[in-house]
Design a protein around this ligand. Sequence first.
Ligand SMILES: Cc1cc2nc3c(=O)[nH]c(=O)nc-3n(C[C@H](O)[C@H](O)[C@H](O)COP(=O)(O)OP(=O)(O)OC[C@H]3O[C@@H](n4cnc5c(N)ncnc54)[C@H](O)[C@@H]3O)c2cc1C
Length: 537
Amino acid sequence: MGLVKRLSFYGWGYEGAGPDDAARGRLAASLGERFGRSDLAAAPLPRIEEIELPAPRSRPPAALAGLASAEPWERARHSYGKSYRDAVRAQRRDFRHPPDWVAYPSSEAEVADVLDHCARERLAAVVFGGGSSVVGGVETNVDGDYRGVVTLDLAKLSRVLEIDRASRAARVQAGVLGPALEDQLRPHGLTLRHFPQSFEFSSLGGWIATRSGGHFATHYTHIDEFVEALRVVTPTGVIATRRLPGSGAGPSPDRLFIGSEGTLGVISEAWLRLQDRPTRRANASVRFASFAAGVAAVRALSQSGLEPANCRLLDPGEAMTAAGGDGNHALLVLGFESADHELDAWMRRAAELCRDHGGQVPDDAIRTRTDSAATREGGAGAWRNSFINAPYLRDALVSIGILAETFETAITWDRFERLHARLMKEVLAALVRICGAGTLTCRFTHVYPDGPAPYYSLLAPTRRGAELEQWDEVKKVASDILSAEGATITHHHAVGRDHRAWYDRERPDGFARALRAAKAELDPGWVLNPGVLFDRR
Ligand SMILES: Cc1cc2nc3c(=O)[nH]c(=O)nc-3n(C[C@H](O)[C@H](O)[C@H](O)COP(=O)(O)OP(=O)(O)OC[C@H]3O[C@@H](n4cnc5c(N)ncnc54)[C@H](O)[C@@H]3O)c2cc1C
């Protein structure tokens, strides 16, 4: 029998895939020096044999036993998502609220059977795709008078079922992870072209349920745009929407479920709008003397109608850590892609706009390339590698006592400058006050004609045992500023349980009532994901 790779139960990716002990030791030494802390050291990572789990409160009934597991590894792996809070608790070996059992349905009928059982037995059901939620969306510590919690893992619903070449669309089961989806589309020359940073370990259903954002900066990048139709299993029956390229027939039924975060039903299938695989690329790494100059250029680009695939502006700190920058210049990772036409004209005009704002664009970037190295060179290539490796590094940072987290938002251009200045000043001050030191950097993940989606990354040394309280305090400072300045609590990381306090302020009251009414109709027993998005009140 060959070796089967097993997923980590406490962190990102496969077991043993992150930095090894020696690399973690080097990381501790270098960050200890940077933050003036001699006590940073790599703590041993958890092993499943060390984990103590409470006895299950409920057991799968005989009729569901064949698709259920209450193995410790399964229960541990489904206890958390992949946020900093999750990593800290998992590395502390704190698994005090695991699901009682995990169900792996292979069909819609089995999803419905599990939901029926949960409703009858007063169990909560938490839907789990890839488990990459960073907002407590798959957490199984639920409030309420439940007799237990079942995690519904959709991993077995992972096939592309049908392809409509004429309309360039496919019917796909919701549990498929990013690479398996692309593998099944590639032979047809097609792609969904939706690449969140969590692509490797997140699922189609999770993307739809959280309104995920892909890594392309403009135009078609949100999963919302790719959903043509849905099938959703609710506790009161299956809802199937009609395949249409567009429709003005009332509010969109798809949009009720896109972003519903497992509270209204289990998304089992979607018809997706696909694209031809791009064959031509034009890329440039553009340097700016300051972040502000880069912001002005990016605003011009976002309003030019050029719609670059990549338009990531990194501030000088972020450019240094993620793309080999010198620490003084901002960097714009700019790129165009097409399966249809040459891109020289697009890149030439984008270069003019960047140069209008002092951007240094290498002349040789203004050409269309068809070679596979086109996305892997220079600052853009360095940024790409760091983007892919970051999740593995994050677990290592947690293990040496470093707070490593991000927060993100979107705001209109007219208010961006003030928001950004407040965040950089007040969150950094909070890091210094709460953690003694820290760094805060910013990049734009997405840009729209009316505003950017800035994304902030922070690093700080923590006090062992107080990491969660320290992060909660910093997070509150950041989230309160977002709320006060009229920005959104999340551009693409969803609400889950962790953003509830601020989402409750952002979401109009009448809309909250409408969501609760929809929940009462579709999930009258309040089985699905209690505590996410809204409460029963
Ligand atoms: C390192 C890292 C990078 C990330 N990068 C990005 C990024 O670039 N863009 C982005 O948007 N997000 C990103 N995220 C957040 C996360 O990956 C997304 O929210 C993703 O869409 C979640 O997909 P999943 O399959 O892992 O969902 P899960 O984590 O399993 O679930 C997320 C939520 O959706 C619900 N859900 C899952 N599947 C279904 C279903 N079939 N039906 C109904 N409800 C369901 C769950 O109950 C939960 O509330 C990142 C996370 C990490 C850890």
